[in-house]
Design a protein around this ligand. Structure first.
Ligand code: WTA
Length: 657
């Protein structure tokens, strides 16, 4: 039975929570901002005290720019907080619901005790394979419960997980395995995607070996010695004795208890790769203490989690949203959450609506791309989907546009649910800017206020703080937030250069453009670097260019992101072929294949243009800005600095035809 809800009260273009919502919310008024502002460090210290530490920290925050630490001297294990701590009062409460893609298959449900048991058994199995504290473990799994069990099992024994999104190609997996030097990889035989079985093991196998096209066939190219395989789709897979192990065989005789390793607060919790301005993905490093505290508190307050909530975040666990809000955050709060194997619009466009109704989802978290797709496919939501269990809806990953916001608010939230537009990054570990559901206000296309205790600013290029309405660069000021990155794995230079150079080593540069309104609510405009968001997936144009340039038939190429009605942005590719080669459909297919093989199907170019020359400055820098504007038909600006202005006219003609 659900209690009927009122529509959200509205003042001008702002919405506020209802009195009833406020009454029950963790946070109801703006005092929290004032209190946190007085002493941000004490604020986070207080939050940390709500968790279990096997040794209390000595120093809450220390800063040696550009490095900073939280809770130094403390010892903690995230799984003791996510699992053991819940056994007392929530042993038989549902922790995880897994909805498989095939309709005919039954869901799997894990209580807190069952999840605890599976994690411990698998942790013991990992130990037997020789995995120790500090070792890196690659996880290349689809959206099945074992991805969560794997992450937690690693955390239990102090191993560092590096999850690689299952739709990334074997080449992308290889690059990440090489960087982490993981000795163990966890994968599955296959999984279901839009009714088809994807053979994941085949990709995993290929990642470990050199390819014929690079002249390295059969050569071992990573340090992986053991592959653990979850049987999911029962498809046929190649097998290498003494390297490959079935998950079930490993856990069969394991004990239900594995002692958690006490981790130093600043020990690495996990590495997650993401895209930056350059062609190589960066391994973002998160640490045990700060990440745990921030994941715990942001999940609790932003999603206002209560005992009877059912929280569904649709993001894949291969991305940061999945790490924090489809694994650690809900478990740290003893909540019930849902993960779904398939695509939300398969086999029918309303599959996601059915899932909300089936489980009585109360909190729904998704991305603008999904919202735009739902709006386009369904238009008005059928009356049979009442969504009357929903109480909070939220969005993440890319700027949301006015019409997607309104559709989501009206059709899904029925004007009765706070709509949270949450801004954050792989680097920040958890949500850092959003309106809070019991406080508001909710304003279309504005993320809202910084999380309590967080200091941000919007600066121009000369480091001047900008007033309301003026767009500049979003930055984060000390003491930052405990869950923010501590580095780029094995590349501290890049860490300093990317985040701490633009405005000096005490100001974190987000690479996002933003402005605020008169009330201080923040609107995120989008990236100011070469990162693009394709259907919410973070990709760098440099990575795409690398993928294409590796093809010997390509002499040069440039990739730019252009606006797309559904996916937000899509890549557009300009290719100069090697001398003597002819452009044509075959060649186009080959370029697209290059991207599929090197990165995966998520980043395929919308169009491939073959051009004679790319516009360049006299110092041979490719002017991507001009390429983008040629497509969007914006003013091109000053072309006098170009070494080859004639290339612009040529490309214009090619785009027009
Ligand atoms: C963008 C995703 C507008 C932004 C959690 C950021 C957003 C990048 C929002 C990080 C939002 C994320 N509104 N833009 N609510 N949330 N972004 O690392 O450009 O995959 O820098 O983390 O996504 O992407 P990432």
């Amino acid at each position: 039975m659900t209690i009927p809800k009122d529509k959200l009260p509205r003042k001008n273009n702002l919405y506020f929570p209802t009195t009833d919502f406020k009454k029950k919310a963790w946070l109801k008024n703006t005092n929290i901002y004032k209190e946190a502002k007085k002493n941000p460090i004490r604020f986070w210290g207080k939050a940390a005290k709500e968790l279990f530490w096997s040794r209390k920290w000595e120093k809450t925050f220390s800063h040696n720019p550009p490095y900073f630490h939280w809770f130094s001297g403390g010892k903690i294990n995230i799984t003791e907080n996510a699992l053991d701590r819940n056994l007392k009062e929530r042993k038989n409460k549902v922790a995880l619901i897994w909805e498989p893609e095939p309709f005919e298959e039954k869901e799997r449900i894990f209580t807190y005790y069952q999840l605890f048991r599976e994690v411990n058994r698998f942790a013991n199995a990992l130990k037997k394979l020789g995995v120790k504290k500090g070792d890196r473990v690659g996880i290349y799994l689809p959206m099945i419960p074992e991805i969560i069990i794997s992450m937690l099992a690693c955390a239990r024994i102090g191993a560092i997980h590096a999850v690689v999104f299952s739709a990334f190609s074997s080449q992308a997996l290889k690059v990440r395995l090489q960087d982490t030097q993981a000795k163990v990889l966890i994968t599955a035989d296959g999984y279901f995607r839009r009714g088809k079985v994807i053979n994941l093991k085949q990709n995993a196998d290929a990642a470990l070996m050199g390819e014929p096209r690079h002249g390295r066939e059969g050569i071992k190219e990573t340090k992986v010695e053991k592959i653990i395989v979850v049987k999911r789709a029962d498809n046929e897979v190649a097998w290498q004795e003494n390297r490959d192990y079935w998950w079930n065989d490993l856990v069969k005789n394991e004990k239900n208890w594995c002692k958690p390793v006490e981790m130093e607060s600043e020990d690495i919790q996990f590495i997650l790769y993401t895209s930056g301005s350059t062609g190589k993905p960066k391994g973002i490093v998160h640490v045990c203490g700060g990440y745990t505290v921030q994941a715990y508190l942001t999940t609790k307050w932003i999603f206002d989690l209560k005992e009877d909530d059912i929280f569904w975040s649709t993001a894949d666990i291969g991305w940061i949203t999945g790490h924090t809000y489809s694994c650690y955050g809900p478990l740290l709060n003893g909540a019930t959450f849902l993960i779904f194997e398939g695509s939300p619009d398969w086999p029918t466009p309303d599959r996601w609506c059915q899932i909300i109704e089936k489980y009585g989802v109360t909190i729904f978290y998704t991305a603008p791309t999904a919202i735009r797709m739902f709006a386009k496919q369904l238009g008005k939501i059928e009356k049979k989907f009442k969504f009357d269990t929903l109480r909070i809806i939220a969005s993440v990953g890319e700027p949301i546009d006015e019409s997607a916001w309104q559709w989501y608010f009206q059709e899904v939230g029925k004007e009765k649910c706070p709509l949270l537009d949450t801004w954050w990054q792989t680097e920040t570990g958890g949500i850092l800017i959003t309106s809070l559901p019991g406080i508001g206000p909710f304003k279309a296309v504005f993320a809202g206020l910084p999380f309590p205790a967080l200091k941000v600013d919007i600066l121009d290029d000369t480091k001047r703080s900008l007033s309301a309405g003026r767009q500049g660069n979003l930055v984060i000021l000390p003491p930052f937030a405990p869950g923010m990155l501590r580095g780029i794995y094995k590349n501290q230079e890049k860490y300093v250069e990317t985040y701490w150079s633009q405005y000096g080593n005490k100001i974190y540069f987000t690479s996002d453009g933003a402005f605020k309104d008169k009330k201080g609510l923040i609107r995120i405009v989008g990236r100011v670097d070469d990162v693009i968001k394709v259907a919410g997936h973070r990709i760098s144009t440099g990575e795409l260019e690398n993928a294409i340039s590796r093809d010997k038939k390509v002499s040069e190429c440039a990739v730019v992101g252009i606006p797309d009605e559904i996916k937000g942005e899509v890549p557009l590719t300009f290719v100069v072929l090697a001398t003597g080669l002819k452009a044509g459909e075959e060649m186009k297919k080959e370029i697209i294949e290059d991207v599929r093989r090197e990165i995966g199907p998520i980043a395929l170019p919308k169009k491939v243009y073959f051009v004679k020359d790319l516009p360049k400055t006299r110092s041979a820098k490719i002017m991507r800005r001009i390429l983008k504007r040629l497509w969007t038909k914006e003013e091109l600006g000053d072309l006098s600095t170009l070494a080859n202005p004639e290339s612009v006219e040529d490309i214009k003609k090619i785009i027009q035809t």
